[in-house]
Design a protein around this ligand. Structure first.
Ligand SMILES: NC(=O)CCC(=O)C(=O)O
Length: 268
């Protein structure tokens, strides 16, 4: 059993200091209950919002200061944090110019970074590819002995990518997002379908509020491996909690053995 807390927050556009201040309050609330969550999950690019033109000035530098701060929160409280994604500037080698990435970080109960995933599929409808460098690999990680995977927002539209994460052993997929209201039906269905076809849990955390004309509906959700929606948030800012039972993954996979029956020899 894993108690999961989803932090569905509004974002101050292009204002990381304000977003960290707001998250501090929400984290305090998420850590209030007697039974603390096992894992807290945040939305996509929550430090800056989609302030794409200004990312090179306002993004973190190799996880500083945002991830350094969250490492302390995780260690002090003994919780795992799937830190959504942040805008992060890094050079992958000393010879390379620093580039901005849309990066998800995961921190364990000891305050160690156990995964760093750069968004692979950039969302051209919002011009993300002009400002953000692409990730090049799928990432899985261990969370309290459970293999988990990461996809950021638009990534959820790519079934081959998500299947790859499932084949790497993931039993929970975390999906931080900034998914706008006009496609809210896609958001819900894609999370449900990815859970059904990969027979794992999907935890999708979306932002709320608006940025210019774009409105974000929240509706963060947790879907079980049978495709049932265990938790569906409303459109308000807040903390949404549920408990997931990992034995459901094996149960569904035994009942309909999709992973044994698939025929990659025919598809590729
Ligand atoms: N931030 C994103 O990747 C948005 C993806 C999206 O809205 C979609 O429809 O896909």
């Amino acid at each position: 059993m894993l108690k999961v807390s989803l932090i569905q927050m509004d974002l101050a556009h292009g204002d990381p200091v304000e977003n960290r201040r707001k998250l501090e309050g929400l984290l305090r609330e998420a850590l209030k209950p007697k039974v603390k969550p096992d894992v807290i999950v945040l939305p996509e690019m929550w430090n800056t919002g989609y302030a794409l033109e200004r990312l090179s000035e306002i993004a973190d530098r190799d996880g500083r200061p945002t991830i350094e701060w969250l490492k302390k929160v995780a260690a002090e409280n003994g919780i795992n944090i799937v830190a959504g994604s942040i805008a992060d500037i890094r050079s992958e080698s000393p010879a390379e110019e620093p580039r901005v990435y849309n990066t998800a970080y995961v921190i364990n109960r000891s305050g160690e970074v156990v995964a760093r995933y750069d968004k692979v599929h950039r969302f051209r409808l919002m011009g993300e590819e002009k400002y953000v460098a692409p990730g090049e690999r799928a990432v899985t990680f261990d969370l309290d002995g459970v293999t988990c995977g990461l996809a950021i927002c638009y990534d959820i539209r790519f079934p081959e990518f998500i299947r790859k994460i499932a084949l790497l052993g993931a039993r929970i997929l975390f999906v931080p997002a900034q998914w706008p209201k006009p496609r809210q039906m896609h958001w819900k269905l894609l999370n449900m379908v990815r859970a059904i076809e990969n027979q794992f849990y999907v935890v999708g955390v979306n932002r709320v509020g608006s940025q210019g004309k774009a409105v974000f509906p929240g509706i963060s959700l947790v879907v079980n491996p049978w495709g049932e929606v265990l938790l569906e948030a409303d459109e308000k800012e807040g903390i949404f909690e549920t408990t997931i039972d990992l034995s459901a993954v094996d149960k569904v996979r035994r009942y309909i053995p999709v992973f044994e029956d698939r025929r990659p020899d025919v598809y590729y």
